[in-house]
Write a protein that binds this ligand. Structure first.
Ligand code: ADP
Ligand code: MG
Length: 268
């Protein structure tokens, strides 16, 4: 793994509230629990991934803003979390201004890529870097997509879900054409699935009909424990391991690793 460098996955969907951050935190935790060394990059100025891993605003220090604007080395701003094998680059409040500051910069879409793929390699061997993108298709998300090898898309099982995703797939195609030709769709994860709601089944069937195998078998159920966990500054996997939400994220991590292993090796 180390020789190839980390595999970088952007968790993106321009819609807010679809489960990006929840997926980023819990997938990162579940992957870390398998022994993989994981780095989570909080690319959302709201900083929910940072808070959800117990880093309150006041004790975040330098983070993604410094990575983007000052191009510091990732290990200088990565922080170990209380989850073994999981580090995070937090979103400091300044990140909100980065989108505007970057506009005038040369190669502004490549800032995160350049920072996350240092020529000297990473001081620490991460096997996966997960990027929690903000709810827009602005310059921050663009930086996430340009830095990534592949995009993981959380899709909330609700009306209009598929309309939003067609805009995202067009953006991914544009990024592939213009900025990052090797970008792939890693997969689509159905989130907040509600068994009692027929609409959930309809959206799931539509998504599978349209995207086929790219949709993960694992479905994340709507589960109150998942929404409670962030207020305790913990991933749901540590907050209530036996809850259906936690168990689903453990299965999702296993399915992700299976899919990643099945991926054809790229000849360098
Ligand atoms: P995004 O990052 O896409 O904006 P979040 O991950 O922050 O979305 O989720 C939006 C809200 O939905 C949060 O309050 C979160 O706790 C809640 N939520 C996410 N996934 C679930 C789930 N599976 N069950 C219940 N609530 C969830
Ligand atoms: Mg979020």
């Amino acid at each position: 793994m180390a020789a190839r460098g980390p595999r970088i996955l952007a968790i993106a969907n321009q819609k807010g509230g679809v489960g990006k951050t929840t997926t980023a935190i819990n997938l990162a935790t579940a992957l870390a629990a398998t022994g993989e060394n994981i780095l989570l990059v909080d690319l959302d100025p709201q900083g929910n991934a940072s808070t959800g891993l117990g880093l309150s605003r006041s004790d975040r220090g330098a983070g993604t803003y410094s990575l983007l604007i000052e191009q510091v080395a990732p290990h200088t701003v990565a922080r170990k979390t209380f989850v073994p094998n999981l580090s995070i680059i937090p979103a400091e409040p300044d990140l909100a201004g980065a989108e505007i500051e970057l506009v005038g910069e040369d190669k502004r879409e490549y800032r995160l890529r350049r920072a996350l793929r240092p020529e000297a390699g990473h001081a620490e061997d991460y096997s996966y870097i997960l990027i929690d993108c903000p709810p827009s298709l602005g310059l921050l998300t663009l930086n996430g997509l340009v830095a990534a090898d592949a995009v993981l898309v959380p899709l909330q099982c609700e009306f209009f879900a598929l309309e939003g995703i067609s805009q995202l797939t067009r953006t991914i195609e544009m990024v592939k054409r213009a900025l990052n030709p090797t970008l792939r769709l890693q997969g689509i994860v159905l989130t907040m699935f509600d068994r009692r709601n027929n609409l959930s089944d309809l959206v799931a069937a539509d998504a599978r009909g349209f995207f086929g195998e790219q949709v993960y078998e694992t479905v994340i159920p709507r589960n109150i424990r998942v929404s409670e966990a962030p207020s305790h500054g913990k991933p749901v996997i540590l907050y209530d391991f036996r809850s259906p939400g936690a168990q689903a994220y453990v299965r999702l991590a296993n399915e992700l690793l299976r899919r990643e292993r099945a991926r054809p090796a790229v000849v360098a």
